[in-house]
Design a protein around this ligand. Sequence first.
Ligand SMILES: C[S@@+](CC[C@H](N)C(=O)[O-])C[C@H]1O[C@@H](n2cnc3c(N)ncnc32)[C@H](O)[C@@H]1O
Length: 279
Amino acid sequence: MQRTNVLIVGQRTKNQQRKDRYIDEKEVIEKKHPSKQIPELYSKLIEIYSAEGDTVLDPFNGIGTTTVEAIELGRNALGIEISPKFVDVANQNMFMAQKRLMERQEEIPNWHLWCDDAEWRLEDLIESGEEVDLIAFSDPWPQDAPQSAKYTDYINDMGNMRGREFEKKFISISKLMYRILKYRGYLAWSGLGCRVPGKGYMYPLIPMYIEIMENAGFEWYQHIIALIGYMHYNRDTGEVEYRPRTTNPFEFHNQEEAWKKGERYLMFQHEDVLIFKKR
Ligand SMILES: C[S@@+](CC[C@H](N)C(=O)[O-])C[C@H]1O[C@@H](n2cnc3c(N)ncnc32)[C@H](O)[C@@H]1O
């Protein structure tokens, strides 16, 4: 039976968390990565679901948030990412993290990043006998989901796939993830919900991920609500308030539009994290 937990990861904005810890992508690529993760979310997930010396894998590594936070916590890190530009940024972020470890005179864990399709590279890694203790990632949304991002023009970029084609690819990757994960290892998936435009209700991505993971053999272990707003102590009332902060500009826009029409609409103030366990 899965349990629900809450993590607080938005006391500082995503930009504040990244400042001086990650390179400013604007300086090396023409367009910033559209959906990088919240460092404190990944740091907390890695801390909770793995131990020092373990190996953490992100098959959709983007500009390297998971792998940076993993080596910072003394975990070995493996990352796969289809875009050479993002792999280049991720490598630079890893070197920055490595420098911090050297300054702190800490041992540098092993790490490796591949520029490849997650499905193909996972097959090769399994073939070569690789095993990991934790898989943590946020994958691209399918093209037909609202707010899906454009990453590359490659046909095997999952962000360019729709409906059944996306599902088939993800099913195949989920089976490979199951195989590369050690017995009793964890898999953490995170995603910011999205709504069907003009309707207000949630696009049913989360049930799809749960079904695919369970069919691959995973046990759905926990549901985490990662709060991206922040707690504020209000001196006037003496109360602690949860204040909105969203990294998603669509949400501000949608809320304004809905309120103008007198509709009830609340912004997302959390990311969903699904934790699965290999049985
Ligand atoms: C939500 S982003 C991950 C962001 C990452 N966690 C970070 O913080 O930088 C999803 C990533 O998956 C990559 N991607 C898309 N299709 C892929 C595939 N078939 N194999 C590997 N990576 C892929 C995209 O280029 C994108 O960078």
